[in-house]
Design a protein around this ligand. Structure first.
Ligand SMILES: [Zn+2]
Length: 525
């Protein structure tokens, strides 16, 4: 296939791949649903060139200090872009979306998610990373032994496709309009192409993270593996246009032998180089070498502002200082790190270095990829640490049982902080801040409309507070990506979810069977 003729639409892809078995022939996963009265008021042709509509009367949380916030205002969209934000915008030719009683804000941005694991959702809700020999429900099954070494190696390209697509649509439904999909499932170029096609087909903004062939590389079961050498082909075939929703990031795991090659390929292509940096796998000494420009096989590899590091748990002062000094971006998966023993989420360290994280949902085998959970977890975890720190500055007796925080005590995270982590920081960390992350005129319109009249939110007393403290998926009423409405009044558009779910379940059945793992809905050991 030549670079310029990869299938550009879902139907073309399905036709093109039916013959190769990537998607079962005869199944149209995107068959339009019968029109209903509900659907008839969806504004048509949104996102198309010059198409104008105005979101009127919502509480606007722009996440751009230069734009500001509005108790009630309008957002005007033309084509893909936000044209204006303000009071009583004149837009006589524009369709009106009534947003009274709603909160209008930028979509959430997830800087680390393994969507290929969607078929395995909730399988590992007790598990930690690696079997620790404790013989407890947390030690078996575990992530390394089961997800990476047992399930991942049996994936076919069609399994990659449906998991990536379903997981992506689920997050879109949840208001997450951008993802960095850390796909570690590249057993062959066909697996890579299936992952990328699914990201395009999801119709949201995505950075495709080209990582290794998980499990199969260790087990030697992947003769078709072309990682990392296939990166130039992938980059040329899929990412030659800058004006598309999907971009590319190079994966370069420092616990894999020869990781320098991947870093060099990524840097030669001008891509960001991302890696998991966490407590196990002897990464601390490896990062220390990188911090001193002594990394890789050459002993000369160093850090740069093109690095995106995931977790950053368990690292040394030396490693942290170099990450700070080189402008490395840090993505933190608060709930997963706390649950799976990656180490303590490094929020206090980031604060001490005047750095801020973006947020990672990581793996739905263990925890939801919902962003309200992310924001609440980040805020709750940090405040637990700091509040206890402050209490212990006293002696739990009058008059010091409620101390004034000592100088140097970290500031408590607030709702604005975690909203920034969830939006603008994510855009910056994926180099997408000129396109998304805030409601700024000139940026593309990645917008969510949240229902603040709902039973779990009303009455609205604090806009950022209601989003972080009270809301969940049920409040995500409308989702817009690059001007195009993808969810309307509570329902995803343009997808046959029942058909997709059947496809995902069939894939799940294949994966468990091929991996030799018995399906057990009440797995407890
Ligand atoms: Zn990860």
């Amino acid at each position: 296939m030549r670079p310029q003729d990869h299938p550009s639409s879902r139907r073309d892809f399905l036709k093109a791949t039916a013959a190769t078995g990537v998607v079962a022939a005869g199944v149209d996963l995107f068959a339009p649903r019968p029109a209903t009265a509900h659907d008839s008021d969806v504004p048509e042709d949104t996102g198309r060139h010059r198409r104008r509509y105005v979101i009127r009367g919502g509480s606007v949380l722009s996440m751009d200090p230069n734009v500001g916030d509005f108790a009630q205002a309008d957002v005007l969209i033309e084509g893909k872009k936000i044209v204006a934000v303000g009071h009583n915008l004149r837009a006589d030719d524009a369709t009106v979306i009534d947003a009274r009683g709603r909160i209008v804000m930028p979509g959430f941005i997830d800087t680390h998610h393994h969507q290929f694991e969607t078929a395995l959702r909730s399988f590992l809700t007790n598990g930690v990373l690696i079997n620790d020999g404790s013989n407890t429900p947390s030690s078996d099954p575990t992530y390394f032994e089961f997800i990476l070494l047992t399930f991942a190696p049996v994936y076919r390209p069609e399994d990659v496709y449906i998991s990536e697509l379903f997981g992506g649509l689920a997050q879109l439904d949840n208001g997450v309009t951008t993802v960095h999909d850390v796909s570690q499932i590249h057993h062959s170029p066909a697996h890579s192409d299936a992952a990328i096609q699914a990201l395009f087909d999801t119709g949201r903004r995505a950075a495709f993270g080209y990582f290794e062939s998980a499990g199969a590389a260790i087990l030697g079961t992947n003769p078709g593996n072309k990682y990392p050498d296939d990166a130039p082909r992938i980059n040329k075939q899929w990412f030659s246009s800058k004006d598309q929703l999907v971009t590319m990031i190079m994966g370069g795991e420092v616990y894999l032998p020869g990781y320098e090659k991947a870093w060099n390929i990524g840097r030669q292509l001008g891509l960001q180089v991302a890696a998991h940096i966490l407590s196990p796998f002897n990464i601390r000494p490896t990062l220390d070498l990188l911090a001193q420009n002594h990394g890789g096989d050459s002993g000369t590899l160093g850090l740069g502002p093109d690095n995106l590091f995931i977790h950053m748990t368990g690292m040394s002062d030396l490693g942290w200082q170099a990450v700070h000094d080189h402008g490395v971006q840090v993505s933190v998966a608060f709930p997963i790190e706390m649950n799976m023993r990656h180490g303590q989420p490094p929020i206090l360290r980031l604060q001490s270095l005047h750095m801020e994280p973006s947020l990672s949902t990581d793996v739905e085998v263990t925890m939801t990829a919902d962003f309200f959970t992310q924001m609440r977890s980040a805020m709750t975890m940090q405040r637990m640490l700091v509040n206890q720190m402050i209490l212990e500055q006293g002696n739990f007796e009058f008059p010091t049982q409620w101390p004034t925080p000592a100088p140097g005590t970290p500031a408590l995270l607030n709702v604005r902080d975690v909203l920034r982590f969830a939006t603008v920081n994510g855009a910056q960390h994926l180099r997408l801040d000129r396109k998304t992350g805030s409601l700024t005129p000139g940026k593309e319109a990645d917008i969510i409309i949240l229902d603040a009249t709902a039973l779990n939110v009303a009455p609205l007393n604090n806009v950022p507070g209601a989003v972080v403290a009270l809301m969940d998926r049920t409040n995500v009423e409308t989702v817009i990506v690059a001007g195009k409405i993808r969810k309307w009044q509570g329902r995803l558009l343009d997808v046959d979810l029942r058909q997709l779910r059947r496809q995902l379940e069939a894939s799940r059945d294949f994966i468990f069977n091929a991996a030799g793992v018995k399906q057990d809905l009440f797995l407890s050991t």
